[in-house]
Design a protein around this ligand. Structure first.
Ligand SMILES: [Zn+2]
Ligand SMILES: [Zn+2]
Ligand SMILES: [Zn+2]
Length: 96
């Protein structure tokens, strides 16, 4: 399904395609990566020590992230707390 928070998103390229923006600065490890579909922030998942994707969403109110793992095509809405479809316009910004 799509949710209302995905309507009007203008996806942008990942700001730090090499990994989690905060973890890269501190040298911390991460498990999986998530891409903020509002601003292109790359953050680590909730299985990672930093949980920077979730922290970013809470700080910025940016509602939807997509998996930034190779080959994965799913998105998560923090407001609705549910998995949602990846909007078609986001696909070029995800990893093969
Ligand atoms: Zn939503
Ligand atoms: Zn963001
Ligand atoms: Zn992180």
């Amino acid at each position: 399904m799509q949710c209302e928070h995905e309507i009007g998103l203008h996806p942008v390229a990942a700001r730090t395609p090499a990994g989690c923006e905060e973890c890269l600065k501190t040298g911390s490890p991460w498990v999986h990566l998530r891409l903020c579909l509002t601003c292109g922030h790359v953050g680590c998942c909730d299985s990672s020590p930093g949980r920077h994707a979730t922290k970013h969403s809470h700080h910025t109110q940016h509602p939807v992230v997509a998996s930034f793992e190779p080959g994965e095509r799913w998105a998560w809405c923090y407001v609705d707390q549910t998995e949602v479809d990846v909007p078609e316009q986001v696909l070029p910004y995800l990893r093969d």
